[in-house]
Design a binder for this molecule. Sequence first.
Ligand code: FES
Length: 270
Amino acid sequence: MYQVKSARLLAENVYETWIEAPHVSRNAEAGQFLVLRIDDEGERIPLTISGVDGDCVRVIFMAVGTTTEKLAALKTGDAIHDVVGPLGQPSEVHHFGSCVLVGGGVGIACLPIIAKALKESGNSVIGIIGARNKDLLILEDEMKEACDELIITTDDGSYGIKGFAAGPLKEICESRPPDAVWVIGPAIMMKVTSGVTKPFGIKTFVSLNPVMVDGTGMCGSCRVVVNGETKFACVDGPEFDAHQVDFDLLMSRQRFYHPEEKESREHHHS
Ligand code: FES
């Protein structure tokens, strides 16, 4: 059993939970994920490791289905049946020079840990975080601290620049092209935003979020097509070269699954 060390609401329907899981926290690297099961009959859910502190790991998620709603209801001291991880390949962190990290909606949760790793490798890091409106924006302070510069966008203009993150990303690509870019958010946002860097030939990573069941490469549910080849996001990813991902296929597969569809719809424009 794994204990919940703290839990809080970050934004409407978005929760942050710290879980004591030393075997995960001690080995976790930026970009990896864990799979948890709340009780022994529960469904397994994959969640990005969005922070590490001693023996604890942090997950940030939107309550969009039975399991995530159950997870959202857990309080400090409650137990989680199993936590498996870290899983997946770590982010490709090395000295690039200058990097831009773009996050949309709950996808912002993945960024601080990558920003810190990139800074430690001697990169300069610009963050661009976007949400539908000010109340849905998460981790602003943490991103401010982790990045050299932080740009905020909201779809409705209630905070920061009005519009999508793709706008400021394009300006940066034109005025001071970065050496590497990460774009993490709903599939449609990753497709559109990573399309911005393509004509500039800038190396761009996305973290794919297909449906996962076992998280260990056995079930095939997380298959994606990258550069014409079938890959399993759980073992070959979750990060891939954005310009080689078949996003249309990813989105059509996600549509079979209601919670993901709802999340994608809610964050369509994040
Ligand atoms: Fe089963 Fe990836 S989740 S193969």
